[in-house]
Design a protein around this ligand. Structure first.
Ligand SMILES: Nc1ncnc2c1ncn2[C@@H]1O[C@H](COP(=O)(O)OP(=O)(O)OP(=O)(O)O)[C@@H](O)[C@H]1O
Ligand code: NI
Length: 322
Protein backbone atom coordinates (compact mmCIF):
# COMPACT_ATOMS: atom_id res chain seq x y z
CA UNK A 1 0.00 0.00 0.00
CA UNK A 2 1.09 3.59 -0.65
CA UNK A 3 2.42 5.64 2.24
CA UNK A 4 0.39 8.71 3.13
CA UNK A 5 2.86 9.92 5.74
CA UNK A 6 6.55 9.14 6.12
CA UNK A 7 8.47 10.79 8.96
CA UNK A 8 12.23 10.24 8.82
CA UNK A 9 14.86 11.12 11.38
CA UNK A 10 12.73 13.95 12.77
CA UNK A 11 14.38 16.09 15.44
CA UNK A 12 12.39 18.77 17.24
CA UNK A 13 14.47 20.61 19.83
CA UNK A 14 13.48 23.52 22.04
CA UNK A 15 15.95 26.01 23.39
CA UNK A 16 15.07 26.60 27.04
CA UNK A 17 16.86 28.25 29.96
CA UNK A 18 17.56 24.75 31.32
CA UNK A 19 19.16 23.65 28.04
CA UNK A 20 18.15 22.01 24.80
CA UNK A 21 14.99 19.88 25.17
CA UNK A 22 15.12 17.02 22.67
CA UNK A 23 11.38 16.38 22.42
CA UNK A 24 11.51 14.42 19.14
CA UNK A 25 14.92 12.91 18.68
CA UNK A 26 15.43 10.92 15.50
CA UNK A 27 11.82 9.86 15.11
CA UNK A 28 10.77 7.56 12.24
CA UNK A 29 7.26 6.47 11.37
CA UNK A 30 5.08 5.74 8.39
CA UNK A 31 1.36 5.54 7.86
CA UNK A 32 -0.13 3.72 4.90
CA UNK A 33 -3.07 5.18 3.05
CA UNK A 34 -6.36 3.94 4.48
CA UNK A 35 -4.67 2.34 7.51
CA UNK A 36 -4.96 3.81 11.00
CA UNK A 37 -1.87 4.16 13.14
CA UNK A 38 -1.84 4.45 16.91
CA UNK A 39 1.01 5.89 18.94
CA UNK A 40 1.42 5.19 22.61
CA UNK A 41 4.02 6.18 25.12
CA UNK A 42 4.08 7.65 28.59
CA UNK A 43 3.52 11.28 29.48
CA UNK A 44 6.23 13.64 28.26
CA UNK A 45 7.75 11.37 25.60
CA UNK A 46 6.99 13.91 22.83
CA UNK A 47 3.66 12.79 21.33
CA UNK A 48 1.98 16.19 21.26
CA UNK A 49 5.16 17.81 19.97
CA UNK A 50 5.01 15.37 17.06
CA UNK A 51 1.36 16.26 16.38
CA UNK A 52 2.01 20.01 16.35
CA UNK A 53 5.08 19.56 14.19
CA UNK A 54 3.05 17.57 11.65
CA UNK A 55 0.61 20.46 11.54
CA UNK A 56 3.38 23.06 11.29
CA UNK A 57 2.23 24.65 14.53
CA UNK A 58 5.44 24.77 16.53
CA UNK A 59 6.30 27.93 18.44
CA UNK A 60 9.44 30.02 17.91
CA UNK A 61 12.50 28.71 19.74
CA UNK A 62 12.29 25.32 18.14
CA UNK A 63 14.77 23.63 15.84
CA UNK A 64 13.33 21.14 13.38
CA UNK A 65 15.39 18.85 11.17
CA UNK A 66 14.56 15.67 9.28
CA UNK A 67 11.75 14.96 6.89
CA UNK A 68 7.96 14.79 6.98
CA UNK A 69 6.63 13.55 3.65
CA UNK A 70 2.88 13.89 3.35
CA UNK A 71 1.41 12.52 0.11
CA UNK A 72 4.94 12.76 -1.26
CA UNK A 73 5.31 16.43 -0.30
CA UNK A 74 7.97 17.67 2.14
CA UNK A 75 6.40 19.59 5.03
CA UNK A 76 9.59 20.51 6.93
CA UNK A 77 10.44 24.14 6.08
CA UNK A 78 7.40 24.50 3.85
CA UNK A 79 6.42 28.21 3.64
CA UNK A 80 3.61 29.20 5.99
CA UNK A 81 1.20 30.01 3.16
CA UNK A 82 1.53 26.52 1.70
CA UNK A 83 1.31 24.90 5.14
CA UNK A 84 -1.87 26.83 5.73
CA UNK A 85 -3.32 25.12 2.73
CA UNK A 86 -2.54 21.67 4.09
CA UNK A 87 -3.32 22.34 7.75
CA UNK A 88 -7.00 21.88 8.56
CA UNK A 89 -7.71 20.83 4.99
CA UNK A 90 -5.59 17.79 4.15
CA UNK A 91 -4.43 17.15 7.71
CA UNK A 92 -7.01 17.91 10.38
CA UNK A 93 -6.74 17.74 14.16
CA UNK A 94 -9.09 16.79 16.94
CA UNK A 95 -7.32 18.57 19.80
CA UNK A 96 -6.47 17.02 23.14
CA UNK A 97 -9.08 18.63 25.36
CA UNK A 98 -12.60 18.66 24.01
CA UNK A 99 -13.97 20.73 26.90
CA UNK A 100 -11.71 23.71 26.08
CA UNK A 101 -11.35 23.29 22.32
CA UNK A 102 -14.64 25.03 21.54
CA UNK A 103 -15.24 28.75 22.05
CA UNK A 104 -17.62 28.99 25.05
CA UNK A 105 -19.10 32.28 23.81
CA UNK A 106 -20.29 31.14 20.39
CA UNK A 107 -23.11 28.80 19.47
CA UNK A 108 -21.95 25.57 17.86
CA UNK A 109 -23.61 26.43 14.54
CA UNK A 110 -21.71 29.73 14.41
CA UNK A 111 -18.41 28.00 15.14
CA UNK A 112 -19.00 25.47 12.39
CA UNK A 113 -19.90 28.36 10.06
CA UNK A 114 -16.55 29.98 10.92
CA UNK A 115 -14.69 26.79 10.03
CA UNK A 116 -16.43 26.76 6.63
CA UNK A 117 -15.44 30.39 6.03
CA UNK A 118 -11.82 29.68 7.06
CA UNK A 119 -11.73 26.74 4.70
CA UNK A 120 -13.09 29.00 2.00
CA UNK A 121 -15.82 26.47 1.43
CA UNK A 122 -19.09 28.35 1.86
CA UNK A 123 -20.66 25.59 -0.23
CA UNK A 124 -20.40 23.05 2.59
CA UNK A 125 -21.76 25.45 5.20
CA UNK A 126 -24.20 24.12 7.72
CA UNK A 127 -25.75 21.60 5.35
CA UNK A 128 -22.56 19.52 5.30
CA UNK A 129 -22.23 19.85 9.06
CA UNK A 130 -25.80 18.70 9.60
CA UNK A 131 -25.13 15.61 7.52
CA UNK A 132 -21.84 14.92 9.30
CA UNK A 133 -23.32 15.33 12.76
CA UNK A 134 -26.11 13.01 11.83
CA UNK A 135 -23.66 10.45 10.34
CA UNK A 136 -21.60 10.67 13.51
CA UNK A 137 -24.43 9.20 15.50
CA UNK A 138 -27.16 11.79 15.78
CA UNK A 139 -29.78 10.21 13.59
CA UNK A 140 -32.52 12.46 14.84
CA UNK A 141 -32.43 15.72 12.91
CA UNK A 142 -34.02 17.63 15.80
CA UNK A 143 -31.02 16.76 17.93
CA UNK A 144 -28.74 18.13 15.22
CA UNK A 145 -30.69 21.38 15.14
CA UNK A 146 -30.57 21.48 18.91
CA UNK A 147 -26.79 21.07 18.89
CA UNK A 148 -26.27 23.81 16.31
CA UNK A 149 -28.23 26.28 18.42
CA UNK A 150 -26.50 25.37 21.66
CA UNK A 151 -23.51 26.85 23.43
CA UNK A 152 -20.74 24.30 24.12
CA UNK A 153 -21.44 24.19 27.87
CA UNK A 154 -25.01 23.08 27.15
CA UNK A 155 -23.76 19.91 25.46
CA UNK A 156 -22.62 16.62 26.93
CA UNK A 157 -19.03 15.45 26.45
CA UNK A 158 -20.14 13.02 23.73
CA UNK A 159 -21.94 15.76 21.84
CA UNK A 160 -18.94 18.11 22.02
CA UNK A 161 -16.78 15.29 20.69
CA UNK A 162 -19.17 14.86 17.75
CA UNK A 163 -19.02 18.57 17.05
CA UNK A 164 -15.19 18.66 17.11
CA UNK A 165 -14.96 15.57 14.93
CA UNK A 166 -17.51 16.98 12.47
CA UNK A 167 -15.52 20.24 12.31
CA UNK A 168 -12.32 18.31 11.59
CA UNK A 169 -14.00 16.22 8.89
CA UNK A 170 -15.66 19.15 7.11
CA UNK A 171 -12.67 19.64 4.82
CA UNK A 172 -12.60 15.92 3.94
CA UNK A 173 -8.99 15.57 5.15
CA UNK A 174 -6.73 12.71 4.03
CA UNK A 175 -5.39 12.43 7.56
CA UNK A 176 -7.16 13.05 10.84
CA UNK A 177 -4.97 13.32 13.92
CA UNK A 178 -6.61 12.70 17.29
CA UNK A 179 -4.47 13.64 20.31
CA UNK A 180 -5.54 11.66 23.38
CA UNK A 181 -9.18 11.43 22.26
CA UNK A 182 -10.34 9.32 25.21
CA UNK A 183 -8.24 10.70 28.07
CA UNK A 184 -10.23 11.94 31.07
CA UNK A 185 -13.60 10.86 29.64
CA UNK A 186 -16.22 8.89 31.54
CA UNK A 187 -16.94 5.37 30.29
CA UNK A 188 -20.00 6.33 28.23
CA UNK A 189 -18.36 9.28 26.50
CA UNK A 190 -15.30 7.16 25.83
CA UNK A 191 -17.42 4.51 24.05
CA UNK A 192 -19.23 7.22 22.08
CA UNK A 193 -15.91 8.77 21.09
CA UNK A 194 -14.55 5.43 19.89
CA UNK A 195 -17.66 4.91 17.78
CA UNK A 196 -17.36 8.42 16.33
CA UNK A 197 -13.71 7.84 15.41
CA UNK A 198 -14.57 4.48 13.87
CA UNK A 199 -17.17 6.22 11.75
CA UNK A 200 -14.63 8.94 10.87
CA UNK A 201 -12.10 6.32 9.77
CA UNK A 202 -14.45 5.27 6.96
CA UNK A 203 -13.68 8.68 5.43
CA UNK A 204 -10.05 9.32 6.32
CA UNK A 205 -6.87 7.75 7.73
CA UNK A 206 -6.39 8.22 11.46
CA UNK A 207 -3.31 8.92 13.52
CA UNK A 208 -4.37 8.35 17.12
CA UNK A 209 -2.16 9.37 20.04
CA UNK A 210 -3.23 7.68 23.23
CA UNK A 211 -2.40 6.02 26.54
CA UNK A 212 -5.53 3.94 26.07
CA UNK A 213 -4.36 0.63 24.66
CA UNK A 214 -7.83 -0.96 24.31
CA UNK A 215 -8.91 2.15 22.35
CA UNK A 216 -5.90 1.84 20.05
CA UNK A 217 -6.64 -1.85 19.59
CA UNK A 218 -10.18 -1.00 18.50
CA UNK A 219 -9.19 1.76 16.09
CA UNK A 220 -5.72 1.09 14.73
CA UNK A 221 -4.33 -1.98 12.95
CA UNK A 222 -0.81 -0.54 13.32
CA UNK A 223 0.88 0.63 16.50
CA UNK A 224 4.02 2.62 17.30
CA UNK A 225 5.52 2.66 20.78
CA UNK A 226 7.26 5.92 21.62
CA UNK A 227 9.98 6.50 24.18
CA UNK A 228 12.00 9.69 24.80
CA UNK A 229 11.27 11.24 21.41
CA UNK A 230 11.64 8.12 19.27
CA UNK A 231 9.42 5.32 18.00
CA UNK A 232 11.19 2.33 19.53
CA UNK A 233 8.87 -0.30 18.08
CA UNK A 234 6.36 -0.37 15.25
CA UNK A 235 4.18 -3.24 14.09
CA UNK A 236 0.76 -4.85 13.79
CA UNK A 237 -1.18 -3.81 16.88
CA UNK A 238 -2.29 -7.31 17.83
CA UNK A 239 1.12 -8.90 17.50
CA UNK A 240 2.83 -5.99 19.22
CA UNK A 241 0.41 -6.40 22.10
CA UNK A 242 0.76 -10.15 22.37
CA UNK A 243 4.46 -10.36 21.53
CA UNK A 244 6.23 -7.07 22.20
CA UNK A 245 9.87 -7.09 21.10
CA UNK A 246 11.39 -3.99 22.67
CA UNK A 247 12.01 -4.25 26.43
CA UNK A 248 10.13 -0.95 26.88
CA UNK A 249 7.11 -2.26 24.95
CA UNK A 250 7.17 -5.36 27.17
CA UNK A 251 7.05 -3.16 30.24
CA UNK A 252 4.20 -1.10 28.77
CA UNK A 253 2.12 -4.17 27.96
CA UNK A 254 2.76 -5.65 31.39
CA UNK A 255 1.60 -2.45 33.08
CA UNK A 256 -1.51 -2.35 30.91
CA UNK A 257 -2.39 -5.90 31.86
CA UNK A 258 -1.95 -4.96 35.50
CA UNK A 259 -4.34 -2.04 34.89
CA UNK A 260 -1.80 0.69 35.57
CA UNK A 261 -2.52 4.04 34.06
CA UNK A 262 0.20 5.42 31.84
CA UNK A 263 -0.14 9.02 32.91
CA UNK A 264 2.13 7.98 35.73
CA UNK A 265 5.69 7.62 34.46
CA UNK A 266 6.54 3.95 34.67
CA UNK A 267 10.25 4.05 34.20
CA UNK A 268 11.37 6.93 36.34
CA UNK A 269 11.83 8.76 33.05
CA UNK A 270 11.47 12.51 33.48
CA UNK A 271 11.35 15.48 31.15
CA UNK A 272 14.84 16.44 32.24
CA UNK A 273 16.05 13.21 30.62
CA UNK A 274 15.27 14.86 27.28
CA UNK A 275 17.92 17.45 28.11
CA UNK A 276 20.97 15.20 27.98
CA UNK A 277 22.63 14.24 24.74
CA UNK A 278 22.61 10.51 25.43
CA UNK A 279 25.27 8.57 23.68
CA UNK A 280 23.41 5.32 24.02
CA UNK A 281 19.80 4.17 24.22
CA UNK A 282 17.64 6.49 26.39
CA UNK A 283 15.91 3.48 27.91
CA UNK A 284 19.15 1.76 28.97
CA UNK A 285 19.15 3.08 32.59
CA UNK A 286 15.72 1.47 33.14
CA UNK A 287 16.12 -1.60 30.94
CA UNK A 288 16.33 -5.01 32.61
CA UNK A 289 18.20 -6.39 29.59
CA UNK A 290 20.69 -3.57 29.03
CA UNK A 291 24.31 -4.48 28.38
CA UNK A 292 27.42 -2.32 28.02
CA UNK A 293 26.81 -1.33 24.42
CA UNK A 294 23.33 0.07 25.28
CA UNK A 295 24.96 2.87 27.30
CA UNK A 296 27.50 3.69 24.62
CA UNK A 297 25.86 3.42 21.22
CA UNK A 298 22.54 4.48 19.82
CA UNK A 299 20.77 1.38 18.48
CA UNK A 300 19.77 1.34 14.82
CA UNK A 301 16.35 0.33 13.52
CA UNK A 302 16.01 -3.36 12.71
CA UNK A 303 13.31 -4.74 10.37
CA UNK A 304 11.63 -8.02 11.28
CA UNK A 305 8.70 -9.51 9.29
CA UNK A 306 6.03 -6.85 9.83
CA UNK A 307 7.69 -4.86 12.54
CA UNK A 308 10.55 -2.54 13.27
CA UNK A 309 12.43 -2.29 16.51
CA UNK A 310 15.18 0.00 17.75
CA UNK A 311 17.15 -2.06 20.26
CA UNK A 312 20.62 -3.57 20.58
CA UNK A 313 19.11 -6.96 21.48
CA UNK A 314 18.21 -7.28 17.81
CA UNK A 315 21.12 -5.47 16.15
CA UNK A 316 23.45 -7.83 17.99
CA UNK A 317 21.68 -10.91 16.72
CA UNK A 318 22.58 -9.95 13.15
CA UNK A 319 19.08 -9.06 11.99
CA UNK A 320 18.48 -6.89 8.94
CA UNK A 321 18.76 -3.14 9.42
CA UNK A 322 15.91 -1.07 7.96
N1 LIG B 1 7.48 24.89 23.38
C1 LIG B 1 8.20 24.10 24.18
N2 LIG B 1 9.32 24.56 24.78
C2 LIG B 1 10.07 23.77 25.57
N3 LIG B 1 9.78 22.48 25.84
C3 LIG B 1 8.68 21.96 25.28
C4 LIG B 1 7.82 22.73 24.42
N4 LIG B 1 6.78 21.94 24.01
C5 LIG B 1 6.99 20.74 24.59
N5 LIG B 1 8.12 20.75 25.34
C6 LIG B 1 8.67 19.62 26.13
O1 LIG B 1 8.74 18.49 25.29
C7 LIG B 1 8.48 17.29 26.03
C8 LIG B 1 7.39 16.48 25.35
O2 LIG B 1 6.14 17.12 25.53
P1 LIG B 1 4.78 16.56 24.88
O3 LIG B 1 3.71 17.53 25.22
O4 LIG B 1 4.99 16.26 23.45
O5 LIG B 1 4.56 15.21 25.70
P2 LIG B 1 3.40 14.13 25.50
O6 LIG B 1 4.06 12.84 25.13
O7 LIG B 1 2.38 14.65 24.58
O8 LIG B 1 2.85 14.00 26.99
P3 LIG B 1 1.31 13.82 27.52
O9 LIG B 1 1.01 12.37 27.39
O10 LIG B 1 1.43 14.25 28.95
O11 LIG B 1 0.42 14.70 26.70
C9 LIG B 1 8.13 17.74 27.44
O12 LIG B 1 9.27 17.62 28.23
C10 LIG B 1 7.73 19.19 27.27
O13 LIG B 1 8.00 19.92 28.42
NI1 NI C 1 0.36 15.15 24.80
Amino acid sequence: MKNLLVVSNLHVYFETPAGLVRANNGLNLHLEEGCNLGIMGESGCGKTVLVYTLLGLQQPGKIITGSILFSGRELVNLPEAELNHIRGRQIALIPQNQSTALNPLLKVGEQIGEVCVNLNRPDIRLEGARRLLSDLGLGDIHSVEHILKSYPHQLSGGMRQRVLTAMALLSEPDLLVADEPTTALDANTRTTTLNILKEASKRTSLLVISHDLPALKTLCPKLGVMYAGRIVEYGDTLSLMSNPLHPYSRLLMKCQQAGDYLDIPLTGFESRDLLGDNEGCSFAPFCPQATGICFKELPLEVCLDNSRVVCHLYTQSGMKLC
